[in-house]
Design a protein around this ligand. Structure first.
Ligand code: CAA
Length: 262
């Protein structure tokens, strides 16, 4: 992909079907300003336009930060209405990641504070390096979180722990974030990308349509009561029977061979 397209991010297809988006403003610890959000949005469009895309990995450039938050210099000049528009910009992008038809995995390689923690929480799951730090320090700036932090953190770690983190603004280590269910795995920093790629390759070999429908069930089901969520599951289970992947997956099992989902 042409690196000229972006100034603040990098987008590479690192393996068949596996894309890596790197937020690339290391001088400001990869802080998110409006242009970076816009470039990320365009990158997501590039990935979705590729029907062979299977996984999107998101990381930060350098060894210190994933994303140290929304860009405070950028926000310091915004009016209340501009602040709201900036929050909506981030919210829209993060919701898009959450509802994308492929898994999005955060490789958190350092600070994930404020908007960085919110970005990581909008991914399907998080792999972290051992030096990663998570937190919502907005109380120190006299503002609330604006990219979904109060909502997603509460859903992920529960109300009382989310409240503690939100009102103290304290950082959590990678280890603590894993204990609290925010992070799936912690790796030594130099191994994080390699582990992320290994996992992405494994996912890329599975049925893309089954994964797409599964993600939709998990995401949409959370807002439904159990009866309706289970109805949705039987509907999409039935729908999956119409796909070539179902024919291939079941035939391969019955013929004792590995499926080739193409
Ligand atoms: N926005 C803009 N610039 C930032 C930034 C941010 N969020 N975080 C770091 N930077 C800049 C610093 O200003 C500094 O720039 P200069 O070299 O030009 O001075 C550079 O990145 C390096 O940072 P530090 O010198 O501060 O590095 P450190 O190792 O001493 O501290 C840190 C690291 C603890 C992460 C500290 O940088 C920090 O506290 N950053 C801000 C974290 C924060 O408050 N994030 C929440 C933002 S609000 C938000 O995200 C709202 C929302 O929900 C939408």
């Amino acid at each position: 992909l042409d690196p000229e397209t972006f100034n603040n991010i990098l987008l590479e297809q690192v393996r068949d079907g596996v894309y890596l988006l790197t937020i690339n403003r290391p001088k400001v610890l990869n802080a998110l300003n409006a242009q970076t959000l816009e470039e990320m949005n365009n990158a997501v469009s590039t990935v979705t336009a590729d029907k062979g895309a299977r996984v999107l990995l998101i990381t930060g450039s350098g060894e210190k930060a994933f994303v140290a938050g929304a860009d405070i210099a950028h926000m310091s000049n915004l009016s209340p209405l501009e602040g709201k528009a900036f929050a909506e910009h981030g919210m829209h992008l993060f919701r898009r990641l959450e509802t994308l038809g492929i898994p999005v995995v955060a490789l958190v390689n350092g600070y994930a504070l404020g908007g960085g923690c919110e970005l990581a929480m909008s991914c399907d799951f998080i792999l972290a390096s051992d030096n990663a730090k998570f937190g919502q320090p907005e109380v120190n700036l006299g503002v609330t979180p604006g990219f979904g932090g109060t909502q997603r953190l509460t859903r992920l770690v529960g109300t009382s722990m989310a409240m503690e983190l939100l009102v103290t603004g304290r950082n959590m280590s990678a280890e603590e974030a894993m204990q609290r269910g925010l992070v799936n795995h912690v790796y030594p920093q130099p191994q994080l990308l390699e582990e992320g790629l290994k996992l992405a390759s494994m996912i890329a070999g599975k049925s893309g349509t089954a994964i797409q429908l599964t993600k939709e069930l998990v995401q949409r089901g959370q807002d439904l009561d159990l009866d309706n969520a289970c109805i949705m599951e039987s509907d999409l289970f039935g729908l999956s029977f119409s796909t070539p992947d179902r024919a291939e997956g079941m035939a391969a099992f019955l013929e004792s061979r590995k499926p080739n989902f193409g």
